[in-house]
Design a protein around this ligand. Structure first.
Ligand SMILES: Cc1cc2nc3c(=O)[nH]c(=O)nc-3n(C[C@H](O)[C@H](O)[C@H](O)COP(=O)(O)OP(=O)(O)OC[C@H]3O[C@@H](n4cnc5c(N)ncnc54)[C@H](O)[C@@H]3O)c2cc1C
Ligand code: FES
Length: 1219
């Protein structure tokens, strides 16, 4: 940081002074949900507009390549920020010209009269009404009629952006390079860090310390230190050595200093591409294209090309290109001067080992110009297109005899096919002299397979796929180069259908629309119910002021905890040796099962089947064996790594569902069976039966805020205050009280907000809090811990993987007559919420289809992996996937469009589910029709068929899927909610309830409800935090019931207050709220009230099949079109249309945000995300490097969301439905 100025999100604006437009716009466009990613996204955008005040959409796309958000689905962020771009300004100008809109901009009355659409274009199917309001209120529900004249946000309300108002860069740093010229040495206890300023000094240092690590961007070394725990006592930073950062043009190409960043390389090469003849820069074009897919902008701004080579990763993106281009490297040591080496097949001599000697440094890379008869192509295939490592990458460099298709020379570079980047020498030899045609292609394939054998057990797996990718990528190069050759070699003619193999997928400009019912003009301005108001914390989230658990200030005497986790799937613990850890300075102690009685060493969310600390035996990796308490995080984590645990392996080790079936390893065998009718008879008598199986893998929650906890022991009465990032504060308090043997009223758990939960913090937060509470009691000191990402993944479990088997009977048109279904769920080592997850899968498996005869059996498999837990959908997605596979199977069998099968079997009003619940207010058919119409399904299906006929290697598919999701906890007692309202004499209101704000906008919706009942502006109502000493015995914020249960409780509490103020209102109809409150106070009327709600008519008897499992159903239908590259498996989602029935949405902006976010999370589940376990049950996918959640570029190019119009719901607060 020496000589640099650092600007953080707090430095650009604040709610206390003035928000910066990038902060304001993400908030106003509803692009911040839990807000944990928001500061990062704000700063990416801020950096972009500081560098280019009017960026293009393309620049914006690039700026966000390194940012991830788990909540929003990205659309809202892009919509808000596109208002900074050149394209946006052009559209506005055109709009003004075309419409004759006046200087009022978007406030112009001409635009006001049009139906709405957020992205500035005028919508066509907005939701209209007659504009009258009947405002009748019964049991908390309203019947409104609406007109459409609003948008989710209004860009004309944005503060204009003026680059001139930006804080100036410190002139001291701008005008002088004195800091850059300083030779710096920093000496720490373990590391000495040098920053030489000349090549001579650098070489001298390297000769004195041959083992010194040269660090440029630290993007590789940083990972080695953090995750592989490597230590480097001497570090040299070469970025002030001119020779190492210089990029120059030479007679024969470009010479790039080894420490030049990829960003600088890109800029220089782009300039060459612009200014040199096309044929000279073909290698540079390939490099620039590859750099676009290389990590994200942040990494490319600091990471160097030379470091990429020296890292020697077998999946490096740049080495295959440089190898195929036969680039020349200059290396140097202090004594022998410069040595030139070619980056060829002999350069790497082992895994990440090259021929460069320890005392040498890499000085520069020379990349040659290409020439007229030379062609160069490079490709990368990754799981996620942006910011992901390659599965396989390839570069092809071919030179032809002049004006012919005869290969005079060819060279390859392949990554991902060995322990190092490789060429294909046999293929190269064979192809020289051959013509560039299909026959040669066949020859090339067989030689490539020989050159690139891949051991069946090669690390990274996907052996067949990787082998086929090498051929596919070469084939792509073949097609592309053939197309270029067509111009000079007339004999070459490409079939037009084959051209589709050439085109890669590029980012497309987002189109979107959001339709919702808007409130009538007659609705009071202060009544914000059903309006798309901004999330109450969004501005604070955008400015970095929002406080998450780990932002809570340091407590006096606070210590840090680090966990020691089991490394084995099934083993006896022979010995735990903490001596080395305890010997470290700053370590206070080791806490383990010895610190707690055997009887108290248990916890669990439904049954107590988990140990607080495991001591004799472990049954999965990631179980807590103990924890180190130390002065700070660094010491605690280093000490934890020094605790040695000796194990004795045990058998069996059961990892997969198949192994569980083999060993009959179940929590219950089977857990439940739901039967309706005689399925054996139906299967025997039906004219058609299909049978099959399908499986779904796990899914990591990947909430951006990992599990965090602060435990503060109080001086008196064994009290403890807990701050936890939990979805379930009551359970945290309850379990701590049980384990410590104190009353629950002494343990107060508080939650302000959490940075995403998705179910992962429902039960698992307690695991950390309970262990820490034991430690806090032992040391009587406040303790803090925020799990690292890898710890979080290993310890806290994921979505349950399922194996599902079915037999389905149906008639000749595809009407389903019955099905027999078996669901096997991989629960992991403990029960946790697994039975409820399985029950939900069993009850929701039929999704939206009426199946008259059913047998569904659930098997909860007990395995030696981390205990899996709740995850958005809670078993629903797994079950629904089964029935969709079944429907697809039936459609294939009958040779019919799956859409026809779905339509035929779709539930109707009054139908009865297989667990005997009657469907009332069922709007599935309405959603279906609206989705089919708005997506223009039938016309687009014809277009898809045409596209597929015309394109050989790209294929499109279009699918329509309904969903029906049951709302309520399946455990009836949890269907209760509580609220506490405190009214102060200045008229301000403090609202508490039992629900956790995790980005879903719960507090905002609750304040909207309270504001509506009390008829006061939302500004007067505040929710500070959720705390077990305000509302007791709360249910977890889960099962999509947060706003239903708490909303009704809030409504009840507010009604009590309103009733008490009624006489004052009647006597003083013109009094303000504040005056009424004051009068009541002086009359000694209580201004606080509680509210309570229990969902009526709920509770299912699994034995008799009677009663209701769910309170109601949220339904919707989605239509998605996807294009697939059949050569590589790469794909792009072209368009998605979603229609959902959310009744009378409490807040359409929040609900649409939830729908979009959930869609992207579902996309991740089905397409991108993959939990990989070793045969020993360790989770391999432990962080963003290996586990890929969807990024900005993955959202549908067109993303349309509609909330079903004219719908209501008598069974929830103000006629809403949860999303
Ligand atoms: C989030 C993320 C995404 C990534 N994505 C990609 C990707 O898409 N494709 C890809 O190929 N890589 C990727 N990487 C890997 C890494 O970013 C690149 O290898 C990058 O080029 C490393 O540059 P650096 O300057 O940060 O390396 P550093 O960490 O600073 O150094 C890396 C190594 O190079 C050595 N070194 C550096 N300069 C010299 C020199 N002059 N002489 C001798 N040795 C030297 C260092 O000693 C060290 O061993 C990614 C990394 C991260 C963290
Ligand atoms: S708002 Fe982006 S991670 Fe939650």
């Amino acid at each position: 940081m020496h000589g640099l100025a650092v600007t953080t999100v707090e430095g650009i604006g604040s709610t206390k002074t003035r928000l910066h437009p990038v902060q304001e716009r993400i908030a106003k466009s509803h692009g911040s949900q839990c807000g944990f990613c928001t500061p990062g996204i704000v700063m990416s955008m801020y950096t972009l507009i500081r560098n280019s005040p009017k960026p293009t959409m393309k620049q914006m796309e690039t700026a966000f390549q390194g940012n991830l958000c788990r909540c929003t689905g990205y659309r809202a962020i892009i919509e808000g920020y596109r208002t900074f771009t050149e394209e946006w300004e052009q559209i506005q100008n055109e709009k003004r010209l075309n419409s004759g809109v006046c200087g009022m901009g978007d406030k112009c009355c001409k635009l006001q009269n049009a139906t709405k659409s957020v992205n500035g274009s005028v919508g066509t199917n907005g939701v209209d009404g007659d504009g009258t309001s009947s405002n009748s209120e019964t049991n908390g529900t309203n019947n409104f009629h609406y007109t459409a004249d609003e948008t989710l946000f209004n860009p004309s309300e944005f503060t204009p952006y003026h680059p001139s108002q930006e804080p100036i860069f410190p002139p001291e740093l701008k005008l002088t390079d004195k800091y850059d010229k300083q030779y710096l040495i920093f000496k720490g206890t373990d590391v000495t860090w040098y920053r030489p300023t000349s090549l001579k000094k650098l070489l001298k240092l390297k000769s004195m310390h041959p083992d010194a690590k040269i660090v440029v961007g630290n993007t590789e070394v940083g990972v080695e230190i953090k995750f592989k725990h490597l230590t480097y006592p001497v570090i040299i930073q070469p970025v002030q050595v001119p020779e190492l950062v210089r990029i120059t043009k030479t007679q024969t190409g470009v010479k790039i200093g080894a420490a030049a960043t990829l960003n600088d390389v890109e800029i220089f090469l782009r300039d060459q591409i612009k200014n040199q003849p096309d044929h000279k820069t073909r290698i540079f074009v390939a490099m620039v294209e590859m750099i676009n897919w290389f990590a994200g902008k942040q990494i490319r701004s600091v990471g160097a090309l030379g470091s990429n080579i020296m890292t020697g990763s077998p999946i490096s993106d740049m080495i295959p290109i440089l190898m195929a281009a036969k680039s020349e490297l200059e290396v140097q040591n202090k004594d022998s001067g410069v040595r030139k080496v070619v980056l060829d097949n002999k350069f790497f001599v082992g895994y990440r080992k090259s021929i460069i000697k320890p005392d040498e440094i890499l000085l520069s890379i020379h990349v040659p110009f290409s020439h007229e008869d030379q062609y160069f192509q490079a490709y990368k295939q990754a799981r996620r297109r942006e910011d992901d490592i390659a599965i396989v990458n390839a570069a092809v460099n071919v030179t032809f005899k002049p004006k012919s298709n005869i290969i005079s020379n060819i060279s390859f570079g392949f990554g991902g096919m060995s322990f190092k980047t490789v060429t294909a020498p046999k293929t190269e030899d064979k192809l020289r002299g051959m013509p560039w045609n299909k026959e040669t292609l066949e020859v090339a394939y067989s030689y490539l397979l020989e050159d690139l054998p891949l051991d069946p057990g090669a690390p990274g797996g996907m052996i067949q796929y990787r082998r086929s990718l090498t051929l596919s990528l070469f084939f792509k190069a073949f097609l592309t180069i053939s197309q270029k050759l067509e111009k000079c070699v007339p004999s070459i003619k490409l079939d037009q259908r084959e051209v589709s193999g050439i085109r890669g997928f590029q980012g497309q400009e987002l189109k979107s629309s959001q339709y919702f019912t808007v409130v009538p003009n007659t609705q009071e301005k202060t009544n914000v119910l059903q309006r798309p108001i901004v999330h109450m914390s969004a501005y604070k989230q955008a400015s970095g002021e929002a406080v998450y658990c780990d932002d809570i200030p340091y407590q006096e005497g606070e210590l840090y905890c680090s966990f020691i986790l089991s490394a084995k799937p099934h083993a006896n613990i022979l010995k735990i040796d903490d001596s080395k850890a305890l010997a470290m300075e700053g370590v206070y102690g080791f806490v383990s099962a010895k610190d707690i009685s055997e009887k108290k060493n248990w916890w669990g969310t439904v049954v107590h089947d988990e140990r607080v600390f495991y001591s004799d035996k472990v049954t999965a990796p990631g179980q807590i064996i103990g924890l180190i308490v130390a002065e700070n995080q660094d010491i605690a984590q280093r000490a934890a790594r020094k605790v040695r645990v000796e194990y004795q392996d045990l058998e069996p080790v059961v990892i997969s569902i198949e192994e569980a079936i083999k060993h009959k390893s179940y929590f219950a065998d089977p857990h439940r069976i739901i039967r309706k009718g005689d399925i054996d008879k139906v299967l025997t008598e039906a004219s058609h039966v299909v049978q099959g199986e399908c499986r779904m893998g796990g899914q990591e929650h990947f909430y951006l805020e990992t599990q965090t906890c602060i435990v503060i022991p109080k001086p008196e009465d064994d009290e403890m205050e807990i701050f936890s990032s939990t979805q379930n504060p009551t359970e945290v308090s309850k379990l701590i009280a049980e384990v410590l043997g104190v009353q629950q009223n002494k343990i107060v758990t508080k939650v302000k907000r959490i940075g995403g939960g998705f179910g992962g913090k429902e039960s698992k937060a307690a695991m950390i809090a309970v262990a820490m509470a034991v430690a806090a009691k032992k040391f009587n000191r406040p303790l803090r811990c925020m799990l690292d990402r890898d710890e979080d993944i290993i310890m806290t479990g994921a979505r349950h993987p399922f194996l599902m088997k079915y037999k389905a009977a149906f008639d000749e048109i595809g009407k389903i007559l019955g099905c027999d279904v078996e669901l096997y769920s991989n629960c992991g080592y403990a029960l946790d919420l697994s039975l409820s997850v399985l029950e939900r899968a069993m009850t929701l498996f039929e999704n939206s289809y009426r199946i008259p005869v059913v047998r569904v059996t659930g098997y909860p498999c007990k395995t030696n992996i981390t205990s899996n837990t709740a995850f958005r959908g809670f078993g629903g997605p797994q079950g629904m996937f089964l029935v969709e596979c079944m429907a697809q199977h039936i459609a294939d069998y009958l040779n019919r469009d799956p859409v026809e099968i779905s339509e035929l079997n779709l539930y109707k009003e009054g139908d009865i589910t297989h667990y005997n619940q009657k469907l009332t207010n069922c709007t599935l058919d309405k959603c279906w029709t609206e989705c089919i119409n708005s997506s223009d399904y039938y016309n687009r299906r014809k277009e898809v068929e045409k596209f597929n006929r015309e394109n050989r290697y790209k294929k499109r598919g279009l699918s329509v899927i309904p969903t029906k999701y049951g709302i309520a906890f399946t455990a009836p007692f949890l269907n209760q909610g509580g609220a506490l309202i405190l009214v102060y004499t200045d008229g301000s209101v403090l609202l508490s309830h039992g629900g956790i704000e995790m980005g879903q906008g719960l507090h905002t919706k609750m304040i909207q409800v309270a504001s509506r009942v009390l008829e006061i502006p939302v500004e007067k109502i505040h929710t500070s935090e959720i705390s077990t000493d305000k509302v007791p015995n709360t249910s977890p914020t889960a099962a999509s019931s947060g706003s239903d249960l708490n909303g009704m409780a809030v409504l009840e509490a507010c009604k009590v207050i309103k009733e008490r103020l009624k006489p004052y209102k009647e006597a003083n109809p013109n009094d303000t709220w504040e005056q009424l409150v004051k009068k009541a106070y002086f009359d000694r009327i209580s201004l606080s009230a509680t509210g309570f709600y229990r969902t009526p008519d709920i509770g299912y008897n699994w034995e008799t099949g009677e009663g209701n499992v769910y309170n109601y159903y949220t339904v919707g239908v989605a239509c998605t079109e996807v294009e697939i590259d059949t050569l590589t498996g790469d794909h792009q989602v072209l368009r998605t249309d979603i229609v959902m029935d959310l009744g009378e949405s409490l807040n359409p902006a929040i609900d649409i945000g939830q729908i979009e976010g959930a869609f992207m999370q579902g996309y991740g589940l089905f397409v991108l995300e993959e939990m990989v376990y070793s045969p020993k049950g360790e989770t391999f996918t432990r962080g963003p490097g290996t586990y890929k959640i969807p990024g900005f570029a993955d959202i549908p190019a067109e993303f349309n969301v509609s909330l079903l119009k004219g719908s209501s719901n008598p069974r929830a607060v103000y006629s809403s439905k949860v999303s």
